[in-house]
Design a protein around this ligand. Structure first.
Ligand SMILES: NC(=O)c1ccc[n+]([C@@H]2O[C@H](COP(=O)([O-])OP(=O)(O)OC[C@H]3O[C@@H](n4cnc5c(N)ncnc54)[C@H](OP(=O)(O)O)[C@@H]3O)[C@@H](O)[C@H]2O)c1
Length: 250
């Protein structure tokens, strides 16, 4: 498929997990892709290598999404190396599931800074860098933003804020032909969900048992095609949408 030929895409948090799957899928549809990472240089370089060996174009770019200077540098590197970006996927995100009395200022700000301040900073830079013809912003939310389970209050709140920001921005940026949509994954097996012990947990087992399609965990490859669609001109008349990629769990 070449429906993203000529597009330049930035995927934040693409060194592993869902972001890596999205970066690979955008590249295999023809986009040149900037694979952003915070700490995992080897992971990001592995994703770039996989894309290049499949005939695609990609670069790895370090940057903490929650730091304005990093985000500005990231865009400068992308413009210089790949050209004018017109697709932004705000995927980088962190999650900590814990009871409310365990929440600290540190875990609160870590999740809000990464999951909300990050996409805000990226969007601000994208508005400066996108061409006059417009572009596509895809924010990665979660199915639990409107159906949170216990011990997920802060994480779910960050993603509910993301849902609200996406709708507001879709109205604010429509006149510039910049579309803003959200993809809300369900339970997806990634390095992140394995690291926190979610894979194999009671909450996960319950979600899996209630998943209409397949009764299984999703994989990054289940999420990526929806992002490719929203990034493409096939979705030219869609903005402010929230699509659940969750096997029907909601
Ligand atoms: N997995 C699920 O079940 C699930 C479900 C719904 C929604 N989501 C959402 O999907 C997204 C990806 O989740 P995942 O499970 O793939 O996570 P993951 O496996 O933990 O990967 C997280 C990615 O985000 C990057 N990252 C973290 N903090 C960053 C920062 N400050 N600046 C730049 N990059 C940063 C990491 O970079 P480094 O490795 O380089 O540090 C890594 O590439 C998140 O927004 C998450 O909330 C996940």
């Amino acid at each position: 498929m070449n429906n993203l030929k000529g597009k330049v895409a930035i995927v934040t948090g693409a060194s592993k997990g869902i972001g890596a799957g999205i970066a690979r899928a955008l590249a295999s549809s023809g986009a040149a892709v900037a694979v952003n990472y915070a700490t995992d240089k080897a992971g990001a370089e592995g994703v770039v290598e996989a894309i290049r060996s499949a005939g695609g174009t990609a670069i790895a770019v370090q940057g903490d999404v929650a730091k304005a200077q990093d985000v500005q540098r990231l865009f400068a590197e992308i413009v210089k190396t790949l050209g004018t970006p017109n697709v932004l996927v705000n995927n980088a995100g962190v999650f900590q599931f814990e009871p409310i009395d365990a929440v600290t200022e540190e875990t609160f700000h870590w999740q809000f800074n990464t999951n909300i301040l990050g996409p805000v900073l990226l969007t601000q830079e994208a508005l400066k860098a996108f061409p006059a013809s417009g572009g596509s912003i895809v924010n990665i939310g979660t199915v639990i933003s409107n159906n949170p389970f216990a011990n997920a209050s802060i994480y779910a709140a960050t993603k509910a804020a993301m849902d609200a920001i996406s709708i507001s921005l879709s109205k604010e940026l429509g006149a510039r032909n910049i579309r803003v949509n959200t993809v809300a994954p369900g339970h997806t097996e990634t390095e992140g969900t394995r690291r926190i012990g979610f894979v194999g947990s009671d909450a996960a087992r319950q979600m899996v048992s209630q998943t209409p399609l397949g009764g299984r965990f999703g994989s990054p490859d289940d999420i990526a095609p929806t992002v490719v669609f929203l990034a493409s001109d096939d979705a030219a008349w869609l903005t402010g949408e929230r699509i659940c990629a969750s096997g029907g769990w909601r």
